[in-house]
Design a protein around this ligand. Sequence first.
Ligand code: NAP
Length: 258
Amino acid sequence: MVTQGRGLLYGKSALVTGAASGIGRATAELFAREGARLTATDIQSEPLLGLADELRQNGTEVETVIGDVSVEEDARRMIRAAADRFGRLDVLVANAGIIPLGDATEMTAADWDEVMAIDGRGMFLTCKFAIEAMVPTGGGAIVCISSISGLAGQKRQAAYGPAKFVATGLTKHLAVEWADRGIRVNAVAPGTIRTERVKRLPEEPGGSEYLAEIERMHPMGRIGEPAEVATAIAFLASDDASFITGAVLPVDGGFLAQ
Ligand code: NAP
């Protein structure tokens, strides 16, 4: 092990987008326990500021930025806040996203544009500004949150699925582009995870049946928990993954192994 005894991310300046909820929140909580200095960002102010208060009470240094990753100036502001507060940016977790579900007849051009703007352009912008911040300090690690839908086709994901292929593709291209400058870029590909978005599924028409079908489709017979994704993100973000770049790690209860 490279990190002997201390927290896995001890002293690292780490930024998590979409930190107010779900996978991003579990990641921010784990990063804090692992000793990171945290910049937590989200479009939702109240839950983000609540999370930051909790983490500060436990002794973590936390900066917060409210903003929309798909807006260029907001994305730039997030990265700048981390670099200004902690003097550098070591880790970016590009997690913020929306998950609109529907087949090709249900999804509109506006749905396509929205998911591509947030899950696609937003991920590109935060990676771009993070890379610009990491190069002068000798490198860093980026973890993009893709999905099983970014590696294989699914039903009712005609716009969301292609947006997650953007995350997978961006990961591989940026990994190759920046490997010789000390920046590692990896992705996790979660199966279905019990986040707020997934907990709301039963409220949608056909949502309960869809969720039950999804549980059956995971060989472990269940969906995952946000904390189970966060541990994989923390590993890829840490120095323990020092020779891993361009990898897309499924965290999916065996879904993609079928
Ligand atoms: P979540 O619980 O909805 O959390 C995402 C957070 O990001 C929310 O606070 C959300 O705010 C915020 N956000 C949305 N649009 C944003 C924007 N434009 N700028 C900044 N923040 C924004 O979602 P999650 O399930 O944890 O998903 C997180 C990531 O994991 C996404 O990239 C998703 O594609 C991926 N993923 C999720 C699953 C799953 O089963 N949950 C599976 C595979 C991959 P709002 O509440 O206002 O939207």
